[in-house]
Design a protein around this ligand. Sequence first.
Ligand code: FEO
Length: 172
Amino acid sequence: MKISAKMKKALQDQVALEGLASNSYLAMASWCEVTGYQGGAAYFYTQSDEERTHMIKVVHYLNDMGATATIPAIKAPTASYKSLEGLIKTALKSEQTVTKAIHKMVEVAQKEKDHSTYAFLEWFVNEQVQEETKFETILQKFDLIGRDKIAVNEIDKILAADAAAPAADPVA
Ligand code: FEO
């Protein structure tokens, strides 16, 4: 089994992208923690851990394919946000970027008839559907419940409950 140089480069870029997502969510968790959104903090600390596991999945895959992963430097994420809603909008945008990158890799795998990478990426395709839906659903709450202090506090409680719920496996 071997992967092409192009596929390797795309997977390497994905390691960096998942690492950046992990770092961004860590910054969001920290901002929530100091701003008084304890639910948001718990939610994004967990989300940050999840992204780190995604990054490691790609590292393992590269190594398993004999393509030795390189661990990249990770850019410092934005550290301050104007509101919980703004923060979640940023999270959704970041997921949309990740989804695009994964779909591009799937297309490369298809073109190259790289069945191993294609199969490996299936988990990520499903995971992205879940992640985007998750953030879209939270954003809907601002329209449904409101944006005043009491409403945002309610939304923070929803995030706390979500963080406490066991994570679903995207392919289960
Ligand atoms: Fe691993 Fe949420 O992208």
